[in-house]
Every structure is written in C-alpha cells, then in structure tokens.
Design a binder for this molecule. Structure first.
Ligand SMILES: Nc1ncnc2c1ncn2[C@@H]1O[C@H](COP(=O)(O)OP(=O)(O)OP(=O)(O)O)[C@@H](O)[C@H]1O
Ligand SMILES: [Mg+2]
Length: 234
C-alpha cells in the first residue's frame, strides 16, 4: 500500500532523514518507534505532503505521491492524526469531528461514518456542543482520532497517541483503533512508548537519529536484545 524508498528529508539545509526505506501493506498495523528527535513526525509530515522531500520516492497504491500537495494526498486516502492533537480549541467537538470530512462529498456515507465514530467514542457523543479546548487531554485525543476517521482514510497515521495520557485512557483509545482496523483501515502508529507500540503492531520500524535502524515483526522485536537494552530499559 505504502512504499517508501531512499527518502531524504530536511528543513532547509539541515537534513533530518537519510535514505529511509519503509513499507506498509494493506490491512497491516505498522509501528514506527524511536527516541525524541529521531525524525518520526518529520516522516509522517512528508508522507502527508506537509513537507516535501529532498529526494526519494513515496508510492501509495502504486502512485508516486512524494511532493504532492497535502489536499491531494488526503483525497487519495491518507490521513494523519497529528502529535499534540491540533484541534480547533474554540470550535465545538462536533465541528471539529465534522471538519475531518471537509473534502468529502458522499453525504450519506459521511452521516454513517459520523454515527460510527460516536459509537466508537461515546464520550464524544456526550460532549458534542462543548468547545474542544475545554476537553481533558484524553478526550482531546479521542476527538482528534474521531476527526481523522471522518476523512474515511485507507491509511490512518497516528502520531504519539499515548503521550501524556493515563494508561487506562490509552487502552480505551487503542481499543477503538482496533475496531477501525477490523473494518479494514490500515494503520501506522508512531509512539515513543516502544513496548506499547510493539504490543499494538504487526510489524515495526526503529528510527534512530534519522536512519532506519531495524525492522521486523513486532513480536520478534520485543525479544531483540538491542531493542530490549536501548528502548525497553531491560
Ligand atoms: N520546523 C523545523 N525546522 C527545523 N528543524 C526541525 C523542524 N521540525 C523538526 N526539526 C528537527 O528535526 C528533527 C526530527 O524531529 P521530529 O519532530 O521529526 O522528531 P520525532 O521523532 O517526531 O521526535 P518526538 O518523539 O520528540 O516527537 C529534530 O532534530 C528537530 O529539531
Ligand atoms: Mg514527533
């Protein structure tokens, strides 16, 4: 579904990602892990078209998308739930959620997806007219995921879902995400919490200061001595 080859990305003159290769197959849950500043968010931004690569290829269902404008990439079916949620604080929960569908025209399906999203996150259904800025951190993350789902993505990318949230809330949101996966959405998760990411994923990639250091089945990665020492503190 997503194939990245020899991707180089930077901010101005400063290169941040070097020769990145990565693949996400349809129906898979892939985790991208790495320490602060490794370049995870930069990679997601490049896939989303918010950053343009220096060189390299990103193919989505066979089509080259590197350097395309972000609106076209959303239309093709890639949606990112950004790190820090980036909700419109002064707008209501309902407005924020519906914002995710702004580029769609299939009104009937939008309504169905809206109902699905509210079933998935009953807490959002109770708070539709509340300003998004007044939600708790966990509720804001639910709202951000709900908004992402309203784009009806084929590939949903979630950046730091767990950051700053209590484990019970994280578990709750990942349960909702697993419902989405069951319905056939492919998911790329970015987490600093390596164990959590490996538990959720089929396969994982480890990014280390701009270089792809390792990849493999998530279960094998949990037993990998290098991962254990460097990322799991074992
Ligand atoms: N707008 C920017 N201009 C210049 N450098 C940037 C910019 N955004 C990020 N960087 C740099 O790129 C590198 C990678 O940052 P990035 O945010 O992609 O890392 P990350 O793996 O997502 O980290 P974190 O886990 O803290 O979210 C860092 O060294 C950062 O300082
Ligand atoms: Mg980041």
């Amino acid at each position: 579904m997503l194939e990245i080859k020899n991707l180089n990305v930077g901010y101005g003159e400063v290169q941040v990602l070097w020769d990145i290769d990565m693949e996400v197959k349809e129906g898979e849950v892939v985790a991208l892990v790495g320490s602060n500043g490794a370049g995870k968010t930069t990679l997601l931004y490049t896939i989303s078209g918010l950053l343009h690569p220096m060189s390299g290829s990103i193919r989505f269902n066979g089509q080259e998308i590197a350097g395309l404008p972000s609106e076209e990439i959303v239309d093709l079916g890639i949606t990112q739930v950004p790190q820090g949620r980036k909700l419109f604080a002064g707008m209501t929960v309902k407005e924020n959620i519906l914002m995710g569908a702004y580029h769609r025209k299939d009104k009937k399906q939008i309504q169905k997806d809206y109902e699905f999203v509210l079933e998935l996150f009953p807490r959002m259904a109770e708070r539709l007219s509340q300003p998004a800025g007044s939600l708790s951190g966990g509720e804001q993350q639910m709202c951000a995921v709900a908004r992402g789902l309203m784009a009806a993505p084929k590939l949903l990318m979630i950046d730091e879902l767990s950051l700053g949230l209590a484990p019970i809330i994280v578990e709750n949101i990942y349960e909702a995400v697993s419902e989405v996966i069951k319905r056939g959405t492919t998911v790329l998760i970015v987490e600093q919490d390596v164990m959590l990411a490996l538990e959720q994923a089929d396969r994982a990639y480890v990014l280390d200061v701009g270089h792809m250091r390792m990849s493999g089945p998530a279960k094998e990665m949990m037993d990998n001595p290098v991962i254990k020492e460097a990322y799991l503190g074992l």
